[in-house]
Ligand binder design. Structure first.
Ligand code: HXC
Length: 535
């Protein structure tokens, strides 16, 4: 017997022959042979998979799950033979499904097996996926999909499409209830790409993973555009340009290791807390380095990730969408043992302005954290929104509103740290007091205002400057006056918009204490079906 269904599906009743009577041992032996053959798969299929630089579905599950923890369902399932010229009826029907543990915590998984019908999805294949998704939701466990598939199984016609629809509906039903992680390790073509798109986080591996709605042949036929699979939908495209992939990895091993790391930072469901590593003295931790990272001049760049590193336990964090919309940084890490989500403007990329991709990236991150009870720490150093026709025509008003909406509706503990500057609408959007931050802290270098001094003086004193005998001197005087009156942290602190002006070196300790204070915060969900986020 082999993975191609060499057994006739009647439970192996014929093999012993007339001469040797059936015994429990002979039945067990025969069953073990059948099972081992299915698990091993077709040798030529496995060889081809390895030659493509990919692991098999089971090898991947071995890397992802704790050793010996996999409990499989539907090993014997196969299609019902109605497909047009489907060659054989392989057991598993091209997907290995079940549950296992990651660091001792239960997850549900399915891994598509490209060696069986190219991992394509037919009726039985889909039913297996539906089964594990239903079990995941019923038990409050994360769902992880390992995708490697030619998409809808062409020979099964509309039943394949029906199967996909059932997956999409389940992903949406589970959204915000259990974390959903989609790992693309081979082709993920056509509507199949909507599974990763709907999931919380998508991983891709360079070189072997490709994801697109219409393949290179169709693109050429329709547009005359010639592109390779990788140019159209490789990991670099989705990790840097489209933002579809939240994580891009060099190989399958590091990819599945990173999935394990992400899971270690997340709760199993929306009623659970993320695993804690226990307090580590963060509430008393003074870090002189924090004061050295940020230049006092408002426009000098620095890497906000250095701040994030100093803020979090062991300097360890996992950046989401690291290579897309790099002007904002979104990362998971821990403060005093508890998982937090950090959102920070990145002054070393586009001066840290907010633009369309940055707003979308941060909004999605904030909503994930809010859905799963992960407190938010927002590091603000933002000159404003990116001006220009490109942004306005592209709908920055609508996309920027997503971030505003996400923060406004977030009920998790929220701590804002205004590091250096925060101007205009971007100040409001970056978790300001007015939209509901719980605790706000400002560094003494801080400038918060409607706009920078030069711009403000131009608007307010245009006529005076035009008429002045010495416009340069007048401008300098007015800029100084504006800065003195409005651009210092006390202005916001006197009015309760920031709760404290802090020594930069205290930031980690202050954030840790703030999060401890807010730990039992309860957010009431609004009484309505759902809001209408500007999508
Ligand atoms: C049935 C399929 C298949 C499919 C691949 N195979 N895709 N069988 N249905 N969709 C089979 C092949 O016939 C082949 O069988 C085996 O899988 C391996 O495929 P190869 O083509 O030899 O592999 P490779 O050269 O690596 O190319 C992989 C590929 C290519 C790029 C994925 O197979 C491909 O383009 N497939 C079709 C992709 C596609 O258009 N899918 C439908 C999308 S529409 P043998 O027997 O020769 O080993 C869709 C709608 C979903 O998915 C809608 C949901 C809303």
């Amino acid at each position: 017997a082999n993975g191609n269904g060499g057994a006739n599906g009647n439970g192996g009743a014929t093999a012993a022959g007339a001469a040797s009577p059936r015994t429990m041992d002979s039945v067990r032996e025969e069953h073990a042979r059948l099972r081992a053959g299915i698990v091993a798969g077709r040798p030529e299929g496995v060889r081809r998979q390895h030659a493509l630089g990919k692991r098999t579905a089971r090898e991947r599950l071995d890397l992802l799950l704790d050793e010996g923890s996999f409990v499989e369902v539907d090993l014997y399932r196969r299609h019902l033979g109605t497909g047009m010229r489907l060659s054989g009826r392989p057991h598993t029907d091209g997907v290995v499904a079940g549950s296992g543990t990651v660091d001792g915590r239960r997850v549900f998984v399915y891994a598509q097996d490209f060696t069986v019908f190219g991992g394509s999805l037919g009726e039985a294949h889909a039913a297996k996926i539906h089964k594990v998704m239903d079990l995941a939701l019923a038990t409050g466990s994360p769902i992880i999909s390992l995708n490697d598939s030619g998409g809808a199984r062409i020979q099964e016609g509309v039943m394949s499409l029906h199967g996909y629809g059932g997956i999409f509906r389940r992903i949406v039903a589970a959204s915000g209830v259990v974390p959903q992680i989609s790992v693309v390790l081979g082709p993920c073509a056509g509507g199949a790409a909507y599974s990763p798109a709907l999931a919380d986080f998508t991983f891709m591996v360079r070189g072997t993973a490709q994801m697109y709605l219409t393949g290179p042949d169709v693109v050429q036929a329709v547009n005359g555009e010639r592109v390779t699979h990788d140019e159209l939908g490789g990991a670099a495209v989705h990790g840097e340009r489209s933002g579809v992939a939240a994580f891009v990895c060099d190989d399958e091993e590091s990819c599945l290791e990173e999935v394990r790391f992400l899971l270690s930072l997340l709760p199993s469901n929306n009623l659970d807390r993320a695993p804690s590593t226990g307090p580590c003295g963060a509430t008393e931790d003074l870090r002189a380095e924090l004061a050295r990272i940020v230049p006092v001049e408002p426009n000098r760049p620095y890497d906000v990730r250095l701040l994030v590193e100093e803020l979090l336990d062991d300097g360890e964090f996992l950046e989401v969408h690291r290579d897309w919309a790099r002007n904002v940084v979104c990362a998971f890490g821990r403060v005093d043992g508890e998982t937090v989500g950090v959102v920070g403007n990145q002054p070393s990329v586009l001066a840290g302005v907010l633009d369309i991709p940055a707003a979308e990236k941060a909004a999605r991150f904030v909503r994930f954290c809010d859905a799963f009870g992960i407190p938010l720490v927002t590091l603000v150093d933002v000159p404003g929104f990116l001006p220009g026709t490109g942004q306005e025509y592209g709908g920055i008003v609508r996309h920027g509103a997503k971030l505003l909406y996400a923060y406004c509706e977030a009920t998790v503990p929220r701590v804002q740290v205004i590091v250096r500057k925060a101007y205009g609408g971007a100040y409001i959007v970056m978790d300001s007091r007015s939209i509901g931050t719980d605790l706000s802290f400002a560094w003494p270098t801080n400038e918060v205002a409607v706009m920078g001094a030069d711009g403000a003086v131009n608007v307010l004193f245009r006529r005076e400057l035009a008429a002045a005998a010495d416009p340069v001197a007048l401008r300098a005087e007015l800029v100084a006056e504006y800065a003195e009156a409005l651009m210092h942290p006390q202005y916001a602190a006197e009015r309760g918009l920031v709760d404290d002006v802090i020594d930069p070196a205290e930031t980690r300790a202050v954030v840790a204490r703030g999060l401890a204070v807010l730990r039992d915060k309860r957010g009431e969900p609004p009484r309505r079906k759902h809001g209408n986020i500007p999508l």
